[in-house]
Write a protein that binds this ligand. Structure first.
Ligand code: NAD
Length: 299
């Protein structure tokens, strides 16, 4: 049993927390949303009154927050308030599982290191369904010693825990994966529209795609036409899942990384532009598979 502080118990954090509880760990949760915190309590966590309260006495601190600015504020402090660095014991292992920009990940890891902590960036892939099933992939950036400490805890929430390199490399791998995922869900959406226009039955087309060279993880979990993939958000009026706003953020991070490194990513650039358009059309809080609605003319 490990004493874990879990900060950010939203769509991903909550099912991850459930798996930590199922593995017998003690969890103190903190979220700025009282509704999210109440769900964490229902899942067996103790509610913390503040971030400082959550991390006091924790052996491991896990954060699962939306963006780099939230992660910087949580670790470094905000408006004169101390953050996790300063309140957690320096014996605690710090693990940020959010998907954020590489510069923020490195800034926070450097500050943590300077204050005497071990810290890893450990973003995940597998979506809400993978978080619920405990089958996430963790991409870990940090020291070998930090990875070794984190591995048994992360294994309670995931199936693949991979040490990809130095601080920030977890985020680098994650950004590459999500650029691929963003392109793939647009591909599935375009094909669903084209198949319909050509008079193909949607279920029959899905059956062909899912056993042919066009098959992707995104279409098997998030097929955007309702009534085909049971767990897909399209069956719940596109309630997330993985929000379009978060996909848009990740595609923007990939474009910044491409610009920084001089890498040509024309499809990544197109995907980023399409998701920005989706968000500007008011669909940022819908699942990312709602890009189909934009292409289908339903927004
Ligand atoms: P979410 O918006 O559902 O949850 C984030 C939670 O953080 C919310 O409950 C919010 O209230 C809380 N929060 C925000 N600021 C806070 C603060 N300062 N202190 C405490 N709590 C705070 O988002 P999510 O879908 O759970 O995604 C979280 C991260 O995981 C993001 O970086 C996302 O890109 C990444 N991710 C999401 C998925 C997915 O399928 N949803 C998959 C892989 C990775």
């Amino acid at each position: 049993m490990t004493r874990i502080a879990f900060i950010g118990v939203g769509n991903m954090g909550l099912p991850m927390l459930r798996n930590l509880r199922a593995a017998g760990h003690e969890v103190r949760a903190y979220d700025v949303s009282p509704a999210a915190l109440a769900e964490a309590v229902a899942a067996g966590a103790v509610a913390a009154a503040s971030l400082a309260d959550a991390v006091t006495g924790a052996e491991v601190v896990i954060t699962m927050l939306p963006e780099g600015r939230h992660v910087r504020a949580a670790y470094l402090g905000d408006g004169g308030n101390d953050g996790i660095i300063g309140h957690a014991s320096t014996e605690a292992l710090l693990a940020d599982c959010s998907t954020i920009d590489i510069a923020s990940a490195r800034e926070v890891a450097a500050a943590a290191g300077a204050a005497g902590y071990q810290m890893i960036d450990a973003p995940v892939s597998g979506g809400v369904s993978g978080a619920a099933a405990g089958t996430l992939t963790f991409m870990v950036g940090g020291s070998a010693a930090g990875f070794a400490r984190a591995e048994p805890i992360l294994s309670a929430m995931g199936r693949n825990v991979v040490h990809v390199g130095e601080p920030g490399h977890g985020q680098a791998a994650k950004i590459c994966n999500n650029m691929m995922a963003g392109i793939a869900i647009i591909g599935a959406s375009e094909v669903a529209c084209l198949g319909e226009a050509l008079g193909l039955d949607a279920k029959t087309l899905y059956g062909v795609l899912s056993t042919s060279s066009g098959q992707t993880w995104m279409m098997d979990h998030m097929y955007p036409v309702p009534g085909i993939v049971d767990i897909a958000a399209s069956n719940r009026n596109f309630a997330p899942g993985f929000k379009a706003a978060l996909m848009s953020k990740d595609l923007g991070l990939a474009q910044s990384a491409a610009a920084d490194t001089g890498t040509s990513t024309p499809l990544g650039a197109g995907a980023a532009a399409l998701f920005r358009m989706l968000c500007h059309n008011g669909a940022g809080e819908l699942d990312c598979s709602a890009v189909y609605k934009l292409l289908h003319g339903d927004l």
